[in-house]
Design a protein around this ligand. Structure first.
Ligand code: Z57
Length: 804
C-alpha cells in the first residue's frame, strides 16, 4: 500500500480551490489575500475529509459499535494543513494546483496556526492517541475545551522568559465546524434540597468539532471542543439603561471566562476555582454528548457500558465520575447500586505522574460551594467505599485514613486520584517503571486492595506526525529501503532496517539525511536567535517543559564544565556540539525560570567567545511547540533524557528522538528503561542513580555540600554559576548546595563521564551511524498505534470498525 490517493485530478482540485475562494471567502483570485488563499486551500482539503467522515459516521451508525470517549483538558494537535494534505492523499494535486496559480505552498503552510491547547507531554499524547485511534479504525471521539487562548507564546528578553497571549483563532479557524444549535447547559453554585440541585448560575457549553483522519484508512473520527457562552439572559438591561455599560456585561464575561485560557502549568497543581469550573464544564458537556450519542441507537441503561467506555486523561476530568452518578440518580431516577455499577463499568483512568505536587486535590469547602450536589455524591461514594475497606481491613483506622477520598489534614480536601481509582474499572500508568512505582508507592494501598484493576500501557507517539510529516527525508530513505510506506502504519516493520546497518552506502545516505536536517535547523536557529550553528557539529538536544526534576540544570552544568576545560586547553577528546534547548516554564515557576536565565547566560558566554564556540555553540529556541519539535527532532544526534530516576512518568520526546535516529543519554527513568531494553544497552548512554538508589540516598540524609567538596570540577562549575551575575543566578548555586531536591550533584560526575563517552563515540562517525540506524530500527514498539492496541486489548475491549 502507498499513501492513500483519492485520484482527484489537479484541475479538479484547482476548480474546487477557486470555487471556495469565491463562495467561502467572497473574493477573486486577483484580489485575494494570502490569508484568503490559505483558508480556501484548507477548506478544499477539509471538504474531502468531510466526505470520508460522512461515510465513517454512516458505518458507525450502521454497526452501532462500542465507542471510546477520550476526555482530556489538553490537546496539542500541531498544524492541521500538512497532516490533512498527507492523510487525504491530496498533496500532489494541491502542489500542482498552487503551482499553476503561482502560489508557494510553504508560504501558505506558514499561515496555518497550530492549536496549542495543551502544555506538554500529556496534551501531545492525547493528540497522538486520537491519531492512532482513527488509524486503527477504532470508533472514538475526543472531548476537550476550546480555549480562546492556548499555551502562551514564549520569547526571551535579557535571557528571561516573556509570555504573550496565543490568540490562535485571530483570523478564524478553517478546520473547525461550530454547532451553536447544540449547546448544553452547565450549572454552578446554588443549593441542594432533597437530593435535587438548583444551580445559581447556568453557563452554556457550545461545541465545535474538528476532523481526525486516520492514515492509510478511510476512517475519520472527531474531536469535539467546548467553549463557554453566556445565556441570552445574562445581559443586564437595567444596568445598561443606567449607563453602567461595563457592569451590564459582567455576567457574560464571567461565564465566558471559563474557556478563556489554558492553565499554563504542567505537572504542578494550582488549585484555582476557575480551573475546577473548567473541569466541571468539560465533563458535563462531554457526558451529555455521550449520552445523546448513545441514545441515537440504543435505549435504556442496560447496554450503556457495552457501548461506551470513557478514558480519563489524568485527574483533570475525574469529576465525570460524580457527574454521571448525578445524571443517573437525579435525572434518570436509577437507584444507587445500579448507577454505581454503570459508572464503575464506564470509566478508566490514566495516571501520568508520581510527583506529589501534581496529584490534584480540591478543598471540600470549594467543591461544596461550586458543586454542592457533586460534593454530596462524593461523600456517598466515599461512605460506600470505606465500608468495603472496613471489610477488607477490619478495625484499621490507618487504612481508612490512607485510602479515603477525603483527606482530613491539614484541611479537608477531595483527592481526585482516589476518586478516580474508586470509580474506574481500570487504572494505568504510562510506562513499565511508572506503573510499577504507582503500584508500589503512590497508589500502593489501592493496588493491594484491587490488584486486578492496575495496568500498564506504555505511551507511544504518532509515526505520521514525527516521521512522515516531520522528517520527509528519513521517511523517503526508509521507504525506499523497505519498498513501501506501510511501515508508517505498522511500525514494527522498521526492524527490517537492521539488515541495512551493514550497507555502507545506506549508512552514508542516513548520515546525509541527518546532515541536511541539521542544516535546516541551523538556518532556523540563525533566523530566530542569531546563533550560527555548525551543521557538522553534533546536534545535542533537550526539548521538554522546564521543570527542576527534568534537570535542564544538569545539562547546563555540563556546558560550564566544557567551558573550563576548553579554557584550560584540555580539548583532547572534545567534539563540536550544538547544544539545543527548547521548552516553556509555567509563568509562576520561579526556580525553572531562573534555570532558563542561566541557560541563556551560558549560551551568551560560549557563543561570544571564538575559543569556546569552536567546540560548543548553544541555541535556546524560543516558543518550543509541535512545529518546533518537527524541526528539531529530525536533526538530533543526541537526546537528553536526564531526569532524576523515579520522577518522569514516561517521557515521549525520548521516543520521538530515538525513532528519528538520535542516541539517548539518559537515566533509568520513565520509558527510557524500555527504550534501552529495546535498542540495546550498547546503543544507549546510561548514567546515574536508579530510582531505588535515589530514594535510599535521600533517606540516608543527602548532603549536597559534601559532593561539592569532594569534586573540584563540580566545585568550579557551581562557583561559576554563583559568579556569572550579581544576583539571581547565585540563588541557583545556593539552592544546589543547601537543598538540591533532584540530586543534581550526586549525578554530576556520572553524567560528565557519560558525556565524555558520547564524545568519544561520535568520533567514530560510522559506528555512530550504525547505532543511530539501530535506534530507529528498534523503536517500532513506541508507535501510538501499539499504545491504542494495548488499551483496546486490556481496557477498552473495542473492536476495529473499518469502513464497509
Ligand atoms: C504532563 O504533561 C505529564 C504529567 C502530568 O501529571 C501532567 Br499534569 C502533565 C506528562 C509526564 O510528565 C510525562 O512523563 C509523560 O510522558 C506525559 O505526561 C504523557 O504521559
Amino acid at each position: 500500500m502507498t499513501v492513500a490517493n483519492d485520484g482527484v485530478p489537479a484541475d479538479e482540485f484547482e476548480t474546487d480551490l477557486l470555487r471556495n475562494l469565491a463562495h467561502q471567502r467572497g473574493t477573486t483570485r486577483q484580489s485575494a489575500s494570502a490569508q484568503d488563499i490559505y483558508q480556501a486551500l484548507a477548506l478544499t482539503v477539509r471538504d474531502r475529509l468531510v466526505d470520508r467522515y460522512v461515510k465513517t459516521a454512516a458505518t458507525y451508525y450502521e454497526t452501532n459499535p462500542r465507542f471510546v470517549y477520550y476526555l482530556s483538558a489538553e490537546y496539542m494537535l500541531g498544524k492541521q494543513l500538512p497532516q490533512n494534505l498527507l492523510y487525504s492523499g491530496l498533496q500532489n494535486q494541491a502542489r500542482d494546483a498552487l503551482e499553476k496559480l503561482g502560489l508557494d505552498p510553504a508560504e501558505l503552510e506558514d499561515l496555518d496556526v497550530e492549536p496549542g491547547l495543551g502544555n506538554g507531554g500529556l496534551g501531545r499524547l492525547a493528540a497522538c492517541i486520537l491519531d492512532a485511534l482513527a488509524t486503527e479504525d477504532i470508533p472514538a471521539v475526543g472531548y476537550g475545551i476550546r480555549y480562546d487562548l492556548g499555551i502562551f507564546k514564549q520569547t526571551f528578553e535579557d535571557g528571561a522568559q516573556v509570555e504573550r497571549p496565543d490568540d490562535w483563532t485571530f483570523y478564524g479557524n478553517p478546520w473547525e465546524f461550530a454547532a451553536p444549535d447544540d449547546q448544553q447547559p452547565v450549572g454552578f453554585y446554588g443549593k441542594v434540597e432533597d437530593g435535587k440541585w438548583t444551580p445559581d448560575e447556568i453557563v452554556l457549553g457550545e461545541p465545535s468539532h474538528m476532523l481526525v483522519p486516520g492514515y492509510g484508512t478511510q476512517t475519520v473520527n472527531l474531536i469535539r471542543l467546548w467553549r463557554a457562552r453566556a445565556s441570552r439572559a445574562s445581559f443586564d438591561l437595567s444596568r445598561f439603561g443606567e449607563g453602567r455599560y461595563g457592569e451590564a456585561v459582567d455576567a457574560i464575561v464571567r461565564s465566558e471566562n471559563i474557556s478563556k485560557v489554558l492553565y499554563p502549568d504542567d505537572s504542578t497543581e494550582l488549585g484555582r476555582e476557575l480551573r475546577l469550573k473548567q473541569q466541571h464544564f468539560l465533563v458535563t458537556c462531554a457526558l451529555r454528548d455521550i449520552v445523546r450519542r448513545y441514545r441515537l441507537r440504543n435505549t435504556g441503561w442496560d447496554t450503556f457500558t457495552e457501548k461506551v467506555t470513557v478514558q480519563l486523561n489524568d485527574t483533570h476530568p475525574v469529576m465525570a465520575i460524580a457527574e454521571l452518578m448525578r445524571v443517573l440518580l437525579d435525572e434518570e431516577g436509577l437507584d444507587w447500586d445500579r448507577a454505581w455499577l454503570i459508572v464503575r463499568g464506564t470509566f478508566a483512568y490514566t495516571c501520568h505522574t508520581l510527583l506529589p505536587e501534581a496529584l490534584e486535590t480540591w478543598p471540600v469547602a470549594l467543591v461544596e460551594r461550586l458543586l454542592p450536589r457533586h460534593m454530596e455524591i462524593i461523600y456517598l461514594i466515599n461512605f460506600h467505599f470505606l465500608q468495603e475497606v472496613e471489610q477488607a481491613y477490619p478495625g484499621d483506622p490507618g487504612k481508612l485514613r490512607e485510602l479515603s477520598i477525603i483527606q482530613e489534614e491539614p484541611e479537608r480536601r477531595v483527592r481526585m486520584a482516589h476518586l478516580a481509582v474508586v470509580g474506574a474499572k481500570a487504572v494505568n500508568g504510562v510506562a513499565e517503571l511508572h506503573s510499577k512505582l504507582l503500584r508500589e508507592t503512590t497508589l500502593r494501598p489501592f493496588a493491594e486492595l484491587w490488584p486486578e484493576r492496575f495496568h500498564n500501557v506504555t505511551n507511544g507517539v504518532s509515526p505520521r506526525r514525527f516521521m512522515l510529516i516531520a522528517n520527509p527525508r528519513l521517511t523517503g530513505l526508509i521507504s525506499s529501503r523497505l519498498g513501501d510506506h506501510d511501515w508508517l502504519r505498522d511500525l514494527d516493520r522498521l526492524s527490517d532496517l537492521e539488515r541495512a546497518v551493514d550497507d555502507s552506502a545506506f549508512r552514508d545516505q542516513w548520515r546525509e539525511v541527518k546532515r541536511a536536517n541539521r542544516r535546516d535547523l541551523a538556518r532556523y536557529a540563525r533566523a530566530v536567535t542569531g546563533v550560527a550553528l555548525d551543521p557538522d557539529a553534533m546536534a545535542d538536544v533537550m526539548i521538554k517543559r522546564f521543570h527542576e526534576y527534568k534537570r535542564q540544570l544538569l545539562r547546563v552544568m555540563h556546558v560550564i564544565t566544557l567551558i573550563h576545560r576548553i579554557r584550560r586547553g584540555e580539548t583532547a577528546g572534545l567534539v563540536p556540539r550544538s547544544v539545543i534547548f527548547g521548552g516553556k516554564a509555567a509563568p509562576g515557576y520561579y526556580a525553572a525560570k531562573r534555570i532558563m536565565r542561566l541557560a541563556n547566560a551560558v549560551a551568551d558566554v560560549v557563543n561570544g567567545d571564538p575559543q569556546l564556540s569552536a567546540y560548543v555553540r548553544m541555541a535556546f529556541l524560543p516558543n518550543y511547540n509541535v512545529s518546533g519539535a518537527e524541526l528539531i527532532i529530525p536533526a538530533a544526534d543526541l537526546s537528553e533524557q536526564i531526569s532524576l530516576a523515579g520522577k518522569e512518568a514516561s517521557g515521549t520526546s525520548n521516543m520521538k528522538l530515538a525513532l528519528n535516529g538520535a542516541l539517548t543519554i539518559g537515566t533509568l527513568d520513565g520509558a527510557n528503561v524500555e527504550i534501552r531494553d529495546r535498542v540495546g544497552a550498547g546503543n544507549f548512554f546510561l548514567f546515574g542513580l536508579d530510582a531505588g538508589q535515589a530514594v535510599a540516598l535521600k533517606q540516608a540524609g543527602y548532603r549536597p555540600r559534601s559532593w561539592y567538596e569532594a569534586d573540584w570540577e563540580l566545585r568550579e562549575t557551581i562557583d561559576f554559576i554563583a559568579t556569572i551575575d550579581d544576583g539571581a543566578l547565585r540563588e541557583i548555586a545556593d539552592d544546589l548546595l543547601n537543598r538540591d531536591e533532584y540530586l543534581t550533584l550526586a549525578d554530576y560526575r556520572a553524567y560528565i563521564e557519560c558525556q565524555d563517552e558520547v564524545a568519544h563515540a561520535w568520533e567514530d562517525r560510522d559506528a555512530w551511524t550504525r547505532m543511530s540506524i539501530l535506534n530507529a530500527a528498534r523503536s517500532g514498539f513506541f508507535s501510538a498505534d501499539r499504545t491504542v492496541r494495548d488499551y483496546g486489548r486490556e481496557i477498552w475491549h473495542t473492536p476495529a470498525v473499518p469502513e464497509v
